[in-house]
Write a protein that binds this ligand. Structure first.
Ligand code: 13P
Length: 241
């Protein structure tokens, strides 16, 4: 199981000290088969990389520029640059960025170039509350998958993170049955081997016992709770107990 910590626009140099507990946990037997990945803001990637030098915790970025080459793009960072500082993952298509204008086409380009740079991609999809109420969830997800992965044949380095927009930061999660059916629906969109599927949206130590019942999930993308080492560790522990 994969446990991906998305720190969003939080954290500074001081927050690195909070990682000691997690590093210790990652070296203990309690981690079982859990894989931990931290996606801090760009400013902390190198510090996290150094901090995790002697353990198996991986790092990833929260977004990237769509160009595969260097160029005059003030304020941006591309996948090559991320790979060169030790990142192995990148989150692409997060709803917080879609909301700000990231289109499926742009997301597709980002994914293509991230794969070219040998990064693993955590490709986020999810419906809004309005879309859900209108019964359009499946339609929205199918479209995001179709356009986001257009002309991408090599999909072995792609993880799909199903993050219903209405669940992010709200404390609400889908009903287990509903979630199970959506995961099944996503898997069916792939001929042959399906990518690994993560769930994201208000994952917490309180609701992980329900979420872990969905056997077809390969892990979780965790926002708020991942900034608190105790909560993050608890989520992993409870997944296996
Ligand atoms: P929360 O866990 O804070 O709801 O955030 C989820 C998320 O957006 C992870 O990418």
């Amino acid at each position: 199981m994969y446990f991906v910590a998305n720190w969003k626009m939080f954290g500074n140099l001081k927050s690195i000290n909070t990682l000691d507990k997690v590093i210790k946990f990652s070296k203990s037997k309690e981690i079982k088969k859990g894989r931990l990945i931290y996606c801090p803001p760009y400013t902390l990637l190198t510090s996290f990389f150094k901090k995790f030098e002697n353990c198996l915790i991986d790092i990833g970025a929260q977004n990237c520029h769509e160009n595969d080459n260097y160029g005059p793009h003030t304020g941006f960072i591309n996948s090559r640059m991320l790979k060169s500082i030790g990142a192995n993952y990148v989150i692409i298509g997060h709803s917080e960025n879609r909301k700000k204008g990231e289109t499926d086409k742009l997301i597709n380009l980002k994914i293509k170039n991230a794969i070219k740079a040998k990064l693993k991609v955590i490709f986020c999809i999810g419906e809004t509350l309005t879309e859900k109420k209108k019964g359009k969830t499946r339609l929205v997800l199918a479209k995001q998958i179709r356009l986001g992965l257009d002309k991408i044949k090599k999909r072995s380095n792609i993880f799909i993170a199903y993050e219903p927009v209405w669940s992010i930061g709200t404390g609400h999660i889908p009903k287990p049955k509903e979630l199970e059916q959506i995961v099944k629906f996503i898997k069916k969109k792939f001929k042959g081997k399906s990518p690994k599927i993560l769930y994201g949206g208000s994952v917490s130590p309180q609701n992980i016992s329900d979420l872990k019942k969905i056997n077809s999930l390969d892990g979780f993308l965790i926002g708020g709770a991942s900034q608190n080492p105790k909560k993050f560790i608890d989520i992993v522990k409870k997944t296996y107990n």
